[in-house]
Design a protein around this ligand. Structure first.
Ligand code: CMP
Length: 587
């Protein structure tokens, strides 16, 4: 097939197969993701019929993971991350250590070396973000305390895997593998230096994410939103998400997904985050489907026939072993049973990181190819079974609640309440910010009924375009004969327009300065503040752009300008007549 057509074919066939099988799965009362996985298996190299490009598919899947993590970040404040650290960090670390030890034990039973055991164990210890989020979303738990803990836990796991990916090549020889070109990572440096360098890079990334990000990203978004182009805004959101993901992977060596997650967290500080979330959602959905398809493609069903026992053991470790560990850790840290069950169910699967680790392990000669096949088989089965596991956890949850209400209500309550309060505080804070923003828009329309004509999006845009300005009583705001630089909306105070036939007073809610902008000519009158005034100024360029896109608004402003001109002409006429009249009465 044409090189150019491969990408299109992969995407097109993936979508078609996934849509059809996802629908079939839904009709069979199975989660659609089982259909997506089946689509992948059908398209993969191990089944007859159409064979898609596996390399391309896995890159597309990575896009899915990036966009998804970005979406998670958008709904996750930095405060939330800090709130769950007390349980997420020890939980994830303990789980990784215990699961890896179990993996090592299993491998030594199969006669594999320590290196293989470590790679195998690590691969089984880290869960897939995509799968966890789908599970949480389905149960409406993403924003619950348990959901937050599970996501935070996964972030820590991801961070640990980033470290593992960097360290494995450096440690390969020590663990019985061969040093590979991947050692270029460490540049052949001594081990402590490699570790130090990695930590330094991750630290530098964290500093960038925490210090620079919250300033730069919202600023960039506002800048683009001010253009009023929705297309450009969506593009900017994607550019920031993918740009940070790629940049952080290239510069700091952290994973794409982690970079994207922090891009989301940083963006969540902006008033425009809800728009960013809505804009990127369709792409997130589409690409997360590709993730499941590509997992299916990597799967070789033959391993199920060749090594059923090994697959079963790996699966047991992932589903039962990991669930028991995470459940135990949650209880040990004095959090409630319900949270333990949610976290245990959500994390009892493996995914994207496991494939990467397994691939690296094989390429470093640490683990036999068989190990990778096993991991893939275990991944696909654990992902397929995950909805069932989560359901079982839910049932267990209800049973515990019914049978031991004491235990349910008492154990871990204190910690949960504390965590709940912290998360609630963060939620209220962001809600408060959102409310303030809404109030500001409401006030805008109340003060200037003119803006009721434009939709909410455009009102939001106006808030971004306006520059605040103030004036003292007696101060000249606009000088007759000057070039028009902007249009003024009076939010408080009053001004006097000095026109022929006596001044005209304008109060809060009125505007001035439109004539010179509409005509492209000079200011027609002096405007003087007669009170402490606050204005919202729309600069000439922004006025032209905004009014071009809102003809009704432009017409209303033009109509006002026309009336004012007419009034001025009349007043001038009258003034002239009065002048002519005066000398005759005198004589
Ligand atoms: P511009 O000519 O740009 O600058 C002076 C402004 O005064 C003018 O736009 C109008 O907005 C305002 N202005 C002029 N004439 C009147 C009027 N008769 N009543 C109210 N405002 C006026």
């Amino acid at each position: 097939m044409h090189q150019e057509a491969t990408l299109i074919a992969t995407v097109a066939v993936s979508f078609v197969f996934a849509a059809v099988l996802g629908y079939v799965a839904d009709r069979l009362r199975l989660p659609p993701l089982v259909g997506y996985l089946m689509a992948g298996i059908l398209m993969g190299p191990f089944t007859p019929g159409f064979i898609a490009d596996t390399g391309l598919a896995s890159q597309l899947a990575e896009m899915g993971v990036i966009l998804l993590m970005f979406g998670v970040g958008l709904h996750f404040s930095a405060g939330d991350l800090l709130a769950v650290k007390g349980i997420a960090i020890p939980g994830a670390v303990l789980q990784i250590v215990i699961a890896t030890l179990l993996g090592v034990a299993l491998c030594s039973f199969w006669g594999w070396g320590l290196g293989a055991g470590i790679v195998f164990g690590l691969s089984l210890s880290v869960a897939s973000t995509v799968v966890l989020l789908k599970a949480l979303e389905e149960r409406n738990l993403v924003n619950s305390a348990s959901g937050r803990v599970a996501i935070g836990w996964l972030i820590v796991e991801d961070l640990a895997m980033v470290l593992a990916l960097v360290l494995l090549p450096a440690l390969a020889e020590l663990l019985g593998g061969h040093a590979s070109d991947a050692l270029a990572h460490g540049g052949g440096l001594p081990l402590p230096l490699t570790i130090g360098l990695t930590l330094l890079k991750v630290g530098a990334f964290a500093v960038m994410a925490v210090v620079l990000g919250p300033k730069v990203v919202p600023w960039l978004l506002t800048l683009v939103a001010r253009t009023g182009s929705r297309e450009l805004f969506t593009l900017a959101v994607l550019a920031i998400a993918l740009g940070i993901a790629f940049g952080s992977a290239a510069i700091f060596g952290v994973s794409f997904a982690l970079g994207a997650f922090f891009a989301g967290v940083v963006m969540s500080e902006s008033n425009l985050s809800h728009r960013a979330a809505a804009d990127s959602l369709p792409l997130q959905n589409a690409f997360s489907v590709l993730f499941f398809v590509s997992v299916g493609m990597l799967f070789n069903p033959a391993v199920l026939v060749k090594e059923p026992m090994a697959v079963f053991c790996a699966l047991l470790l992932i589903i039962v072993g990991k669930a028991i560990i995470s459940f135990g850790v949650v209880l040990l840290l004095r959090y409630p049973v319900g949270m333990g069950l949610t976290v245990a169910g959500g994390l009892a699967q493996i995914g994207e990181f496991s494939f990467i680790l397994a691939g690296l392990g094989v390429s470093l000669g640490l683990m036999p190819q068989e190990g990778q096949d096993l991991i893939l088989a275990a991944a696909i089965l654990s992902i397929t079974l995950n909805p069932l596991v989560c359901f079982a956890a839910e049932v267990a949850h209800k049973k515990v609640h019914k049978k031991w209400p004491h235990l349910y209500d008492g154990y871990g309550r204190k910690r949960l309440d504390m965590l709940g309060r912290e998360l609630e505080k963060n939620r209220l804070l962001s809600e408060e910010r959102e409310r303030e923003h809404q109030l500001e828009m409401q006030k805008l329309v109340e003060t200037f009924p003119l803006f009721a004509e434009v939709d909410e999006h455009s009102q939001e845009e106006l808030l971004l375009l306006f520059r605040p300005k103030s004036a003292l009583p007696g101060e000249r705001v606009v000088r007759k004969g000057d070039r028009g630089d902007g249009m003024y909306f009076i939010s408080s105070g009053a001004v006097e327009v000095r026109v022929n036939g006596g001044p005209v007073a304008l109060e809060a809610g009125s505007f001035f300065g439109e004539m010179a902008l509409l005509s492209g000519g000079r200011r027609t009158a002096d405007v003087i503040a007669i009170d402490f005034c606050q204005f919202l100024v729309l600069e000439r360029r922004d006025f032209n752009m905004f009014s071009a896109r809102h003809p009704a608004l432009r017409a209303a402003v033009s109509e006002m300008a026309r009336e004012r001109t007419e009034m001025n002409v009349m007043r001038a006429k009258r003034a002239k007549q009065a002048e002519q009249h005066e000398p005759s009465t005198e004589s």
